[in-house]
Design a protein around this ligand. Sequence first.
Ligand code: AMP
Ligand code: GLY
Length: 433
Amino acid sequence: MNVLVIGSGGREHALVWKLAQSPRVTRLWCAPGNAGIAAEQLAANQSPVRCAAIPADNLHALLALAEDNQIDLTVVGPDNPLALGIVDLFQEHGLRIWGPNRRAAQFESSKAFSQHFMEKHGIPTARSKVFSDAGPAKKFAAELCGICAVKADGLALGKGVLLCHSLEEAGLAIDEMLVGQKFGVAGSRIVIQELLEGMEISLHALCDGRTTRLFPTAQDHKRIGEHDTGPNTGGMGAYSPTPFLSPRELGQVSTAILDPWCEGCREEGIDFRGVLYPGVMLTRDGPKVLEFNARFGDPEAQVYLMGLETDLLDLLEACLDGGLRKREPRFRDVAVCVVMASAGYPGHVGKGQIIHGLEEAARLPDIKIFHAGTARDGNNIITAGGRVLGVTALGGTLAEACDRAYLAVSKIQFDGAQFRSDIAAKALGRAEE
Ligand code: AMP
Ligand code: GLY
């Protein structure tokens, strides 16, 4: 089977790596890919993964690539092509593609859409309202004493959320988005939510339009600095499963969030086939959804796919064919991913630093180094973006997986490399209690 993966980050490297293990994948493309993806080969016939230098948002060039190479299945990694309607476009041309269509992708591409949906269908979430004018927005922020999250409605590269702790901060955030148009049209509508306190976790559920299959919990580390300080990033590390929900509690979360979500989709004729990734806060009043994403998290995908025992191609096809009821994703052990990023990230970063030690680190047991912003320069692998590598380890326990991941990180060097040394620390603290 000929498969094409769209995207170029650590998540897409993990998707490619796992699909490459499927005995049914005989040709695998990635657009645009990265240096790590280009070094993978297929278990079925040892042929190399081919990268095509087409950006993930150039839908027509991607369509031509898929048609020219008889691609049987396209798998979409990032949010942007989904929001642009890549699934609708490919389907109009008779091509099979994994991911939600444009309407279903609104769960991520419009926070106002999600918020209305959650309220209408009784999904627990933060108290919130949607605004296009600064005056009423500030009045609502005042009702919350300025302690609120101000969110751009549309996609804003993960930067469209400002957490406020005073009326002054909230006023500035509202003005930045609605008056200053800091996020362009993405911020011409905003959602204001009460600020929730608790432990934040990531949920992921495959969906075939009717049935959902919930994965174990994961936790991302969004801030750049140790102990969750400094600005938000795309995610500096993740692990799964977390110790914060027992299997019984996870079942309750599924009943509280996924059941009404599924029922709501059915009522509204939304055909969601792909993976739903709710960001959830475990508050004193129970779990509450902060936001929905309509794709795999990055770096959550790296830990999930490292531990996944089930054939990924089978699962993705089940999403498209309505066959998830008969499929159960199985995971083994505990996985930890530590992201190594370029100097300056999440702000402006340089490129072209030579990365040393990759081969030595890769030889360690139960380690996989997923590439994100990397490129090949002759015999060297060099940095080419903000998040550079996702060093991922499996272990029998969380402590073992963590030790393995950090041992691998210690073998890798590039100028200005930054990483957090407290990935999974909250869970390890819990384990020691
Ligand atoms: P989002 O893109 O909506 O997930 O927001 C980015 C990050 O901001 C989340 O991962 C949370 O850490 C934080 N956040 C968002 N909304 C809230 C909220 N209502 N209360 C507390 N933290 C929030
Ligand atoms: N892990 C954060 C994200 O993928 O949005």
